[in-house]
Design a protein around this ligand. Structure first.
Ligand code: NAP
Ligand code: HSE
Length: 429
C-alpha cells in the first residue's frame, strides 16, 4: 500500500492564535487524509521560552531557535502567528526564499510590507496566505481575490475591530461609560492589556489598507489611511445618535471613485436600519459593493483563538492542496494598477457637530452664517435648552468636502459666542 504523505509544518508563536491553530489541527487530525489526501504534522513550534510546560504537547516540539526551523528541509510550510514587524518579517522572507510556503495572521506586517512579502513569494513560486489577518474568522480575502474577481469593487465598508464594537455596543445598549466598557472588554479578553491599537483605530486601519489593496488592485498601505479612533466619543454623542434613530460604529471605509481611492477609519453615525448598525458586541462585518454582485455583507467573529484558527487552517489546507497539484503561488499579488490615494481634505462626508454656544439671540444665526460662508449646507439642527448662559447645539450637515468643513470648524472655534466644539462625528450618507 502506498505510504500516506505527511506535510510537516512549523508554527511561529503559541499564544491565542497559535494555541487555537494547534487545537484545531489536533481536532481535524484523523480526518485530514480523507479531506486532503495527506497527514499534517506540526513538527516545530517557535516560542521565546521553550522550557515552559504546555499540557499535552511533547517538550521537544518547542524550540527557541529559528535556525532549527529554516534549516529543516522537511518543514514545507511555516505558520507565522507571533505578530509584530520584526523578526516576523525577516522570518517570513527567509522562509519564502527557502521555498517554504507561508500562512500568516499578521495584519501589522501585511499593511506595511505586503508588497515586499508578496513579491518574494512570487519570485520563489510560494504561497503566502493571510485570510486571518483581516476580520479573523470571516472569509473576506479569498472571496475578494477569487469569488468576486469578476467584479469591479467600488466600495468596502466594515466593522473590523471587535474591541471597539464591543465598547460602543455597551455604551449604547447598557449605558456604560467608555471606561467601564473598556474595562469589561479587557476582562473578556477582547482588548489587549495596551488597547491603543484597538481604540485609536490603528488595528482597523491596517485591515482596511489590506482590503483596499485587494479590492481596488492598487497598493494601499497603513500610512495611506486617515485614522480616528473612538476615544473622543461621549455618552452624550451616543444619546443623540439614539434620538436621531442612529448608532455610532467605528468603520473602515474604502471607496474607489474616479479621482482616486478614499481610505479612512473613523466613528460614523449610521441609520439603525443599516445592516452594519445591527452588528453588535465583538462581532465584525464587512460590506462590499461590486458592479456585478451589487451589495454583500460578510459577518462573524473577527477575533479569538478558534475563529482566527479557522481562517489559518483553511489557508493551510489550501496550501497543501496546491502542493499536491504543484500549483503553489497561483494567486499572488493582485495589485496591477497604481491609483492615487486622496488626502482626507479632498474627500466628502456628512457631519454631526455638537457645540456649546452662548444662550442669546443671534447665536444660531452666527453659526449658520459661518457654515454657509464655508460652503457647508445644514441638513438638520437640534437645540437643547441650556443653563441660561450656554445652550447645546447639534448640527447635521449635508455632504460637504472635508476641507471646507474643517475651515468652518476653525472659524467657529475662534468665535466668542462658541464656548466649545464638543464633538464632530461623520454621518453615513
Ligand atoms: P499572542 O497571544 O501575544 O501570542 C504571540 C505568541 O508569539 C506568543 O506565544 C509569543 O511568545 C510568541 N512570540 C512573539 N514574539 C516572538 C519571538 N520573537 N520569538 C518567538 N516567539 C515569539 O498574540 P495572538 O493574539 O495570538 O496574535 C498573533 C498574531 O495573530 C498577530 O499578528 C495578531 O495581529 C494576529 N491576529 C490575532 C487575532 C486574535 O484574536 N488574537 C485575530 C486575528 C489576527 P511569548 O508567549 O513568549 O510572548
Ligand atoms: N484586537 C482585534 C479586535 C483582534 O479587537 O478586533 C485582532 O485582530
Amino acid at each position: 500500500m502506498e505510504q500516506l504523505q505527511t506535510i510537516k509544518v512549523a508554527l511561529l508563536g503559541f499564544g491565542t492564535v497559535g494555541g487555537g491553530v494547534f487545537e484545531l489541527l489536533e481536532k481535524r487530525k484523523e480526518e485530514m487524509p480523507d479531506k486532503i489526501g495527506v497527514e499534517v504534522e506540526i513538527k516545530k513550534i517557535l516560542v521565546r521560552d521553550k522550557s515552559k510546560k504546555r499540557l499535552g504537547i511533547e517538550q521537544e516540539v518547542f524550540t527557541d531557535s529559528w535556525n532549527e526551523i529554516i534549516e529543516d528541509e522537511e518543514i514545507q510550510v511555516v505558520i507565522e502567528v507571533m505578530g509584530g514587524i520584526e523578526p516576523a518579517r525577516s522570518y517570513i522572507l527567509e522562509a519564502l526564499c527557502a521555498g517554504k510556503h507561508v500562512v500568516t495572521a499578521n495584519k501589522d506586517l501585511l499593511a506595511e510590507h505586503g508588497k515586499e512579502l508578496l513579491d518574494t513569494a512570487a519570485k520563489y513560486g510560494c504561497d503566502l496566505m493571510f485570510e486571518a489577518a483581516v476580520a479573523g474568522g470571516i472569509p473576506i480575502i479569498r472571496p475578494m481575490k477569487q469569488c468576486l474577481a469578476g467584479n469591479d469593487i467600488s466600495e468596502i465598508m466594515g466593522i473590523v475591530n471587535g474591541t471597539t464594537n464591543f465598547i460602543l455596543t455597551k455604551m449604547s445598549e447598557e449605558g456604560m461609560s467608555y471606561q467601564e466598557a473598556l474595562k469589561k472588554a479587557k476582562e473578556l479578553g477582547y482588548a489587549e492589556a495596551d488597547p491603543t491599537a484597538d481604540v485609536e483605530g490603528y488595528d482597523a486601519g491596517r485591515k482596511i489598507a489590506i482590503m483596499a489593496s485587494i479590492a481596488f488592485h492598487s497598493r494601499v498601505t497603513f500610512f495611506d489611511v486617515y485614522i480616528e479612533g473612538i476615544t473622543k466619543i461621549t455618552e452624550k454623542d451616543i444619546a443623540y445618535a439614539k434620538e436621531l434613530g442612529m448608532r455610532i460604529k467605528l468603520l473602515g471605509v474604502a471607496k474607489h471613485i474616479e479621482e482616486g481611492i478614499e481610505v479612512k477609519v473613523h466613528p460614523m453615525l449610521l441609520s439603525k436600519e443599516h445592516p452594519l448598525a445591527n452588528v453588535a458586541d465583538s462581532f465584525n462585518a464587512v460590506f462590499v459593493h461590486g458592479d456585478a454582485l451589487d451589495d454583500a455583507m460578510f459577518m462573524g467573529r473577527g477575533a479569538g483563538a478558534l475563529p482566527t484558527a479557522s481562517a489559518v487552517v483553511g489557508d493551510l489546507i489550501d496550501v497543501v492542496r496546491n502542493m499536491k497539484f504543484h500549483c503553489n503561488g497561483r494567486i499572488g499579488c493582485s495589485c496591477y494598477k497604481e491609483v492615487p490615494v486622496k488626502k482626507i481634505e479632498e474627500t466628502s462626508s456628512k457631519f454631526f457637530m455638537r457645540l456649546q454656544v452662548k444662550d442669546k439671540p443671534g447665536a444660531l444665526a452666527g453659526v449658520a452664517n459661518v457654515l454657509g460662508n464655508s460652503g457647508v449646507s445644514i441638513a438638520q439642527v437640534v437645540q437643547k435648552a441650556g443653563d441660561g448662559s450656554f445652550a447645546e447645539l447639534v448640527v447635521i450637515t449635508d455632504v460637504v468636502q472635508e476641507g471646507s468643513f474643517q475651515d468652518a470648524i476653525t472659524i467657529l472655534g475662534g468665535m466668542s459666542m462658541v464656548k466649545e466644539i464638543s464633538s464632530v462625528v461623520r454621518v453615513y450618507a
